[in-house]
Design a binder for this molecule. Structure first.
Ligand code: ADP
Ligand code: ASP
Ligand code: MG
Length: 407
């Protein structure tokens, strides 16, 4: 079981979580519970690091931001003990969750569940585990898995323990056709295919961290998304993330996602000759900046062209710095940029076998006066970049267009 920030936001809610755990214990399961920090806590800790020094040691950032989860593990163990359930807290390093040393976005390499399994067998003690954190064993330093990382902690632990299920409890009762906070007509899905969930998560639906979906797919972990606000005695089953073959009826579009964390950069009058794209994108890659959409025009005069691309907002300043420093090598006339942009995406495995899915969207957006700045497509999704002010309108438009609105 995994409980996110809003589910453990207060002592009252932690007591409610204890009731959910109790139900599973009474049903005969041994339980490992992964918890996040109380909602808002991690943001506060990140803010403190930035305030202390904008460019800080990432190892110390991890030492600070991992602390939120330490608090909730202890509190939940206390709440469980108070209702007569044996429980203890486990920090990442105690399990241990061994990771690489990419501080701030570490990847789990190995989880040794031996001692936890022994404590289940010995006295059915509930393991309350700190999400989001691990240890880089060679250096002995704390690490964290990137924002939203407790989802990944939970799925990875479920795989290591060969758990029957991994239930991700959050503040909505499943995965919806789009973010239910911005579209009131969003519908809850009973099942979502791994590939679709991967796309939805990486295109902005923060309900699951992308890496957790990858792990669930690779290790075939039965993962459900469900609500901690349901009655602990009779919770709803939530949404199952499963293989495509396990879904009977497959609509063309399953969901709409959006992301406001993008910035657009355009290079004007770049020479139209071999090697120019490499001159632009190699230095960005060397700076570990992930470029997403790329648009290059056919040259009108045979001599120069324009290249447009997007980068994560967080990397915008660094990307501009790289591009400006390389001006001579790349040889462009002018650089233009826009930060007030959003990426809207439609996702569905049904797109593989249907023509004209994206074309319909372009027409509907045009009818509402929404200008498209860039487009990308792949087998099971397409994305458009638009002005951020139109985000909600565009999401709602596509949601209705593909018949996803609740009746
Ligand atoms: P937690 O703190 O439990 O990890 P998150 O805030 O990380 O919770 O994720 C849950 C939120 O994800 C929901 O409150 C919802 O606003 C948002 N969300 C975005 N897209 C979707 C979607 N397609 N289905 C469900 N929730 C979504
Ligand atoms: N507390 C961490 C965060 O806010 C991890 C998580 O909640 O999943 O990113
Ligand atoms: Mg989350």
């Amino acid at each position: 079981m995994k409980f996110g920030g809003t589910s453990v936001a207060t002592i009252e809610r932690i007591k409610n979580v204890a009731q959910h755990v109790k139900r599973e214990i009474e049903a005969g399961y041994d339980v490992a519970v992964v918890v996040s920090a109380m909602s808002g806590k991690t943001n506060e800790l990140v803010g403190w690091c930035k305030e202390a020094a904008p460019l800080h040691d990432p190892r110390e950032y991890d030492a600070v931001v991992a602390s939120g989860e330490q608090v909730t593990t202890g509190l939940l163990a206390i709440a469980l003990q108070a209702i007569g359930i044996k429980a203890r807290s486990w920090q990442g390093w105690q399990v241990p969750f061994e990771t690489d040393d990419a501080h701030g976005s570490a990847r789990i390499q190995k989880i040794d569940g031996t001692r936890m399994l022994e404590s289940f067998a010995r006295d059915r003690e509930v393991a309350v585990v700190a999400g989001f954190q691990g240890i880089h064993a060679p250096s002995g330093r704390l690490t964290t898995l990137g924002r939203g990382g407790s989802d990944t902690s939970a799925v990875a632990l479920a795989a290591a323990l060969q758990a029957e299920r991994c239930d991700i409890y959050t503040d909505v009762d499943g995965v919806y056709t789009t973010d239910p906070r911005i579209v009131s007509k969003a519908r809850r899905l009973d099942r979502v295919a791994f590939e679709e969930m991967l796309e939805m998560a990486s295109l902005g639906a923060k309900v699951l961290q992308v890496r957790s979906v990858e792990l669930a797919m690779v290790h075939n972990v039965r993962t459900f998304v469900r609500s901690s606000f349901d009655n602990p005695a009779q919770p709803m089953p939530g949404t199952l993330i499963c293989a495509e073959e396990d879904i009977m009826e497959q609509p063309v579009v399953t969901g709409i996602a959006y992301s406001k964390d993008e910035a657009q950069i355009t290079l004007r009058e770049v020479a139209d000759k071999p090697g120019v794209a490499a001159a632009v994108f190699e230095p960005l890659a060397a700076a570990s900046i992930v470029v997403d959409m790329i648009v290059q025009n056919v040259s009108a005069d045979g001599a120069t062209t324009d290249i447009t691309f997007t980068v994560p907002s967080a990397d915008y300043a660094r990307a501009m710095d790289v591009i400006e420093k390389r001006k001579a090598e790349i040889g462009y006339k002018l650089v233009q940029s826009a930060q007030e942009v959003a990426k809207i995406s439609a996702i569905g495995v049904g797109m593989r076998s249907h023509a004209g899915v994206a074309a319909k969207a372009f027409k509907a957006l045009a009818e509402r006066g929404i200008n498209i700045r860039a487009i990308t497509t792949s087998e099971i999704k397409f994305s458009v970049l638009i002005d951020v002010a139109y985000t909600e309108l565009a999401v709602r438009t596509l949601h209705s267009l593909y018949g996803l609105d609740a009746a």
